[in-house]
Design a protein around this ligand. Structure first.
Ligand code: SF4
Length: 441
């Protein structure tokens, strides 16, 4: 059968999609580039916030409208997990719904859909089924995400992830190392470790502070890997051992993504997040002391219930004082079943929108200044795309898909690691000139 796979949402979905594609290929099915040519269309949806759900419904409806006779449409992922009945109601052309943790069932489902008339039953999620024995053999481009755990044990008041994904389950280190090795054998040069909270890796097995050891095991087991990067670190779990591995290991990107969500202790308390903001200041100082060139990213929510103007301004002050390299701002939206959705004093949408704009505008100036400070530096640039006389890549300072790019005049090879000197800076992107030909690593 020919299958067409659409992936929406976060990198964790990307990894699940790559795993599913691998399973389908192994079972003899063929990926195709367009929905028109497919026998089965699979949409890996996102249900994280309202905007993500709207995008998922939009994609499902668009594909449903163009569905050919005999073609099958499968909705899977987070939206399908949480709102499976609603998906089938709103998009009746959907033939089957598969929960987020049930993706290993994809081959059986696709083959069954082929044989029987729809609708197929909704398959339940399997919360314990973090499949570790399959590692994906494909990756798009020179960078690949590796999911080291799934689910989350935290109870942040605004977040529906634990309701969708269940409790945390970590993959065995040996499987992760093998996956990294297999990816590098297929040309991947950068591995990006992801989980809901990467710093909680191993806790479900009673291990404490297991991430630094895992990183060293990956470096040893995948010697061809040029870069190892960590996303989604819970600030209170960044330990001296983690800072040490970031600072010491040449192949580990001096980059850390610390989703802080807010900077006022009262808002953080209502968010059910650690609220000792002095600790956050101290952590950032420690990171910068250990690595003066570290690039820091964070995300913040504005318009959380009860957020006063003074609390919001405390966030702006924090942004100014901390001058983080990259910041994502989200407008709060109440998620069904979460504690925050029940809180009084929901902030009016227009106030949230206005705060979003103010935070984004402030950070744009800060990010530009951080980028301008890079001018004159020579950095390694991993090339991800080439065309029209330009090579486009990233340095250690930019994570794939979420941060800016480094543009280098001249056409290099995709996957090459160039030495380049930064000559100009924009808000998000840097312009750099090549200073020497491809490096070995
Ligand atoms: S740590 Fe992240 S995924 Fe877990 S509940 Fe909090 S926001 Fe959600």
């Amino acid at each position: 059968m020919r299958f067409y796979l659409v992936t929406l949402g976060c990198p964790k979905n990307t990894v699940d999609s790559e795993m599913m594609a691998e399973l389908l290929r192994r079972a003899g099915h063929t990926p195709v580039e367009t929905a028109r040519r497919a026998d089965v269309i699979i949409v890996n949806t996102c249900g994280f916030i309202e905007a993500a759900r709207a995008e998922s419904y939009g994609e499902l409806r668009a594909l449903a409208a163009r569905k050919r006779r005999g073609q099958r449409l499968v909705a899977m992922g987070c939206l399908a997990q949480r709102y499976g009945d609603a998906v089938r109601r709103h998009v009746p052309q959907v033939d089957a719904v598969l929960g987020t943790q049930a993706w290993p069932e994809i081959v059986a489902l696709v083959e069954r859909l082929h044989d029987v008339e729809p609708p197929a039953p909704i398959l339940s999620s399997r919360p314990d089924a973090l499949v570790t024995s399959i590692s994906r053999r494909s990756a798009v481009g020179p960078s690949a995400y590796i999911k080291i755990a799934d689910g989350c044990d935290a109870s942040c008041a605004f977040c529906a992830i634990p309701l969708i994904k269940g409790r945390q389950r970590s993959k065995p280190a040996a499987d992760i190392v093998r996956e990294a090795r297999e990816l590098t054998a297929r040309g991947v040069r950068e591995a990006v470790l992801i989980a809901q909270d990467t710093t909680a890796y191993g806790r479900d097995r009673g291990e404490r502070d297991a991430l630094p050891g895992l990183m060293r095991a990956i470096l040893a087991g995948a010697p061809e890997l040029a870069w190892l990067r960590v996303l989604y670190a819970y600030p209170q779990n960044v330990t001296p051992a983690l800072i040490e591995v970031l600072a010491e290991e040449e192949r580990v990107c001096r980059y850390l993504d610390l989703p802080l969500q807010h900077a006022h202790p009262d808002v953080l308390r209502r968010m059910r997040r650690p609220h000792d903001i002095a600790q956050v200041y101290a952590l950032i100082a420690r990171l910068r002391e250990a690595m003066p060139d570290v690039a820091l990213r964070s995300t913040f929510i504005v318009g959380f219930p009860g957020e006063t103007e003074a609390e919001f301004e405390a966030l702006l002050t924090f942004l100014e004082e901390m001058a983080l390299d990259h910041v994502g701002v989200f407008a709060y939206s109440p998620e069904e079943g979460t504690a925050a959705a029940q809180l009084p004093d929901q902030v009016p949408a227009e106030v949230t929108a206005e705060r979003y704009d103010r935070a984004m505008r402030l950070q744009q100036g800060i990010s530009r200044a951080r980028n301008e400070a890079q001018v004159g530096r020579t950095v390694d640039v991993l090339i991800e795309g080439v065309g029209e006389g330009l090579s486009v890549g990233r340095s250690y300072r930019e994570a794939p898909e979420i941060d800016g790019l480094v543009l280098v005049p001249g056409e290099a090879t995709e996957g090459a690691m160039l030495r380049a000197r930064v000559v100009a800076a924009q808000e998000y992107d840097l312009i750099a000139e090549r200073v020497q030909s491809n490096r070995g690593r």
